[in-house]
Design a protein around this ligand. Structure first.
Ligand code: TRH
Length: 361
């Protein structure tokens, strides 16, 4: 029982962008490679996954999820990612198993309070009688936690502590070496973020600032005043951590890059995925309430303003980005404290396995 679940099936539908595939791959890889589980990832858009994971580890079996999917038998644990609706044939097979699999619906991450009362709550599926449980990632101990590999922070510390290794990584990705006079930022945001206004303002910083900007295709270096923008092709998902770890601050979006930037222990600005009726602002506020508390009283306000401006809430405030860059040394301590706090909690897989074992006991 201690290694239950021995096998895991993850079902993923790509709605848009890279996050659905990115989160599911990260989870699948960790369960197969780090935890030795037999993992199958059923995904409807393998091409999107390949853009960020061009050479997936063979220990995860990737199955194209099309209409012709034939599901032979279910794993011990079936993860329905982001309520993607399992096909009837899959449900039938799950229902026919001598021992029904543990079935969880892995939901999107939010720092709001309402998931606390829904997390790990089962419901009975009407036609099959199977039990399905909502599993909410989150920041609170009463949620499903956050995906985090066991060796992540040790690897981060080694990389961040070694300038030579960082410079080699940068060289491999056609990025300039570390220069103490320069500030380096990574940028990954939606088109709705006020990117041009941001570039314009930070080009006036007294010291050089370099923005490392992965875009799906293309490469180019552009200079504007004291700002240099390095457009680079998307890096592999495993390399994306190194990009975050080697920068002084990171601009991230969605769900997966947002979490990874927090583990980097460097200040980050989040571009949230826009939802109907501005529901995303409630989500943004919930996170900011937790995150800002890790920072000094003096720097909190400025950080919160950056989140607002970047997410186009209220007007563009002049000077907000210059203030942000100038306060990076102070913000750095808060970002580290926040990362340490996240890492002092159990990870999502630890909580998920514990939950599965509890159900089976
Ligand atoms: O791409 P995202 O915006 O994805 C999602 C989806 O839109 C999804 O539908 C939505 O619900 C969710 O956001 C909240 O952002 P995210 O989640 O950060 O995913 C990006 C993935 O791409 C992540 O795994 C990191 C990876 N990535 C790379 O591998 N290389 C890169 O160069 C970059 C910039 C990202």
């Amino acid at each position: 029982m201690s290694d239950f679940p021995a096998s895991v099936d993850i079902f993923c539908k790509v709605i848009d962008h890279y996050g659905d595939a990115g989160v599911c791959w990260r989870l699948a890889r960790q369960m197969a490679v780090d935890d030795g589980k037999k993992v199958r990832l059923f995904i409807d858009d393998v091409e999107t996954l390949r853009r960020i994971v061009p050479e997936p580890d063979k220990r995860v079996e990737i199955v194209r999820w099309g209409r012709d999917l034939v599901y032979g038998g279910a794993a011990d644990l079936v993860i329905e990612a982001f309520a993607c609706d399992l096909p009837d044939q899959v449900l039938e097979v799950m229902g026919r198993q001598p021992e029904a699999p543990v079935w969880v619906d892995l939901e999107y991450l939010t720092a709001e309070e309402w998931p606390l009362s829904c997390h790990a709550v089962p419901s009975v599926h009407p036609s099959t009688g199977l039990k399905k449980t909502l599993f909410f990632p989150g920041f609170d101990v009463k949620t499903g936690g956050l995906i985090r590999e066991n060796d992540l922070i040790a690897r981060r510390n080694v990389f961040q502590g070694d300038v030579t290794v960082q410079n080699q990584w940068r060289l491999d990705h056609k990025l300039p070496e570390i220069d103490k006079n320069c500030l380096d930022l990574s940028l990954f945001s939606y088109k709705t973020a006020p990117i041009e206004a941001f570039f314009k303002e930070i080009s006036g910083l007294e010291r050089p600032v370099r923005v490392f900007y992965p875009v799906p295709d293309g490469f180019g270096v552009e200079k504007r005043g004291n700002l240099t923008i390095y457009r680079i092709p998307f890096v592999k998902q495993e390399d994306y951590d190194y990009l975050l770890w080697t920068c002084d601050a990171n601009f991230v979006r969605g769900e997966d890059s947002f979490v990874r930037a927090q583990y980097a222990g460097r200040p980050m600005i989040w571009n949230i995925y826009v939802q109907e009726d501005e529901a995303h602002f409630t989500k943004l506020d919930a996170f900011l309430t937790l995150y800002r508390a890790a920072f000094s009283q003096e720097s909190r306000e400025g950080l919160a303003k950056c989140f607002e401006v970047w997410n186009q809430r209220g007007q563009d405030l002049e000077g907000v980005w210059l203030d942000f860059l100038k306060s990076l040394p102070e913000l750095d301590a808060g970002a580290k404290e926040w990362a340490d706090r996240l890492c002092s909690e159990t990870s999502l897989t630890e909580r998920l396995y514990a939950f599965c074992r509890e159900i089976k006991s």
